[in-house]
Design a protein around this ligand. Structure first.
Ligand SMILES: CC(C)(COP(=O)(O)OP(=O)(O)OC[C@H]1O[C@@H](n2cnc3c(N)ncnc32)[C@H](O)[C@@H]1OP(=O)(O)O)[C@@H](O)C(=O)NCCC(=O)NCCS
Length: 436
């Protein structure tokens, strides 16, 4: 994994990518790892792209020291008035995504995608995305992933929402706790202690939760407000759950916004609950729903099948919104499908189409305890055939959507959607508990 990470980090840009930009009078280049000024100008472009203000000196310093793991690509326009500020940015790095309980594969994570408003809709993102995905695929990444600002951007590149997320607003007075009583104890801890506990707990949790990824460097400092450029860090409160044996099993971080008209109706916004056991989950959520002077609890990036829903008596005390969250894109069909788990012994043929020509082909999946995928010329007779785009296959890979649903939506074509659905079923609802 680390050698793949290193190889990808410093891989040369795809030749078609550089040629396409050259032909348009633009220049694509990686920002060198030691190039502090180049990284600052690249950060200027990212801030502009995401409608932020100019970065402060502290933000420049913090970003530079913390983002070394990112492969940063910029596109430069020599004819511009600020030729050293890229007109497009694109970051990626090697991480791992869990495909099934206990089974994670390398993933090319993509972030910081921006194109300057002066250069938008000329195919700059398309050229960057195609080129960087080709590089990732050539190095052997089975899959790429990202979280999105807008839904409509990435489908054309073969990405699909494999993990949906929910945002909750819970009226604590109405909710009524009917969940278990957790036997352990709760204590407030410092933000630094919370960060360290969450770092260790997430490593345990991510491997049992399809869709979670290894946390990128520095991300926990953002969540716990422990980096020097953190905003409103003083508002954060951190509480930890320990089992009766004294093991740290969960941590929650939240902030309070007071209601000036009603001191007893404050809002608690929960930025994260990291719970490695069911007891910690119950203990922390019960605590959060019973905070004095709090009338509303908000939380987001929860799963679409939260145990919490079954722990409150009045389901309508929770207003729940679902949205697309973790987008995945298979780059290597056999590697991705062989890393899944299958609860049935069966075989299906897949004709996969890919708008970028990276993962298309005809395959036979032998599902079962030791799955295998063969590349074939023609789909064999006698087993179900599924004609599927790479985006739809990526949506199905974690079990977050049933092939029956996709068939009914006209997104896949198969003669036996229920049999295909049994093959792709998963017993664990996928989740990604943060943005990257
Ligand atoms: C999203 C963004 C990077 C697109 O860059 P771009 O260079 O304009 O994209 P392209 O010209 O390569 O567009 C390719 C296609 O995607 C479409 N597209 C691009 N952005 C889109 C959007 N936000 N919504 C819908 N369609 C979009 C284009 O219309 C084009 O369609 P076509 O091939 O049918 O003509 C750019 O608009 C941007 O920086 N937005 C603000 C920051 C942001 O949201 N980044 C994404 C973070 S996840």
């Amino acid at each position: 994994m680390s050698s793949l990470a290193d190889q990808f980090h410093s891989a040369a840009l795809d030749e078609n990518l550089t040629a396409a930009f050259d032909a348009r009078g633009l220049r694509a280049a990686r920002v060198g790892d030691d190039d502090r000024d180049g990284a600052h100008r690249w950060q200027d472009a990212v801030a502009r792209g995401f409608l932020d203000g100019e970065p402060t000196e502290t933000q420049y310093t913090e970003s530079f020291s913390r983002s070394g793991y990112r492969r940063k690509v910029g596109v430069y326009d020599a004819a511009g008035m600020q030729a050293e500020v890229p007109v497009a940015t694109f970051a990626s790095w090697a991480t791992e995504v869990t495909l099934a309980v206990g089974s994670a594969v390398p993933m090319c994570a993509v972030s910081a995608v921006t194109v300057a408003p002066t250069h938008r809709r000329r195919g700059i993102l398309s050229t960057l995305m195609r080129g960087e995905l080709r590089t990732a695929a050539a190095l052997g990444f089975p899959i790429a992933g990202l979280t999105v600002s807008e839904s409509a951007i990435y489908g054309r590149f073969g990405f699909a929402p494999a993990v949906a997320a929910t945002s909750w607003e819970i009226s604590t007075r109405r909710a009524g706790w009917i969940g278990p009583e957790a036997p352990g104890r709760l204590d407030y801890i410092t933000r630094e202690q919370g960060r360290d506990a969450a770092t260790a707990l997430h490593e345990r949790i991510r491997l049992t939760t399809p869709g979670e990824i290894a946390m990128p460097g520095g991300h926990w400092d953002r969540t716990f407000g422990t980096r020097p450029d953190a905003e409103k860090a003083d508002k954060l409160r951190v509480v930890q759950y320990r089992s009766p044996d004294g093991d740290v099993e969960g941590v929650a971080v939240y902030s309070i916004a007071e209601d000036d008209d009603d001191w007893a109706a404050s809002t608690a916004t929960v930025s994260r609950v990291v719970a490695a056991t069911d007891a910690a989950y119950a203990g922390l959520w019960r605590f959060l729903l019973s905070l004095d002077l709090v009338g509303i609890v908000r939380a987001s990036e929860l799963s679409v099948d939260e145990p919490l829903w079954w722990m409150i008596d009045n389901k309508r005390a929770a207003r729940i919104q679902t949205k697309d969250h973790h987008y995945l894109r298979i780059l290597d069909v056999p590697a991705a499908l062989e890393a899944r788990h299958y609860d049935v012994d069966d075989a299906i043929a897949l004709e996969v189409s890919d708008p970028l020509g990276i993962a298309d082909g005809t395959f036979v999946l032998s599902a079962g305890e030791t799955p295998g995928v063969d590349v074939v010329d023609d789909p064999p007779l006698g087993i179900p055939l599924i004609r599927v785009g790479v985006a739809e296959l990526s949506a199905m890979v974690l079990g977050g959507v049933s092939p029956v649903t996709l068939a009914r939506a006209g997104r896949i074509d198969t003669d036996d959607p229920h049999r295909v659905a049994r093959v792709f079923a998963s017993t664990t609802t996928p989740q990604l508990s943060f943005w990257y």
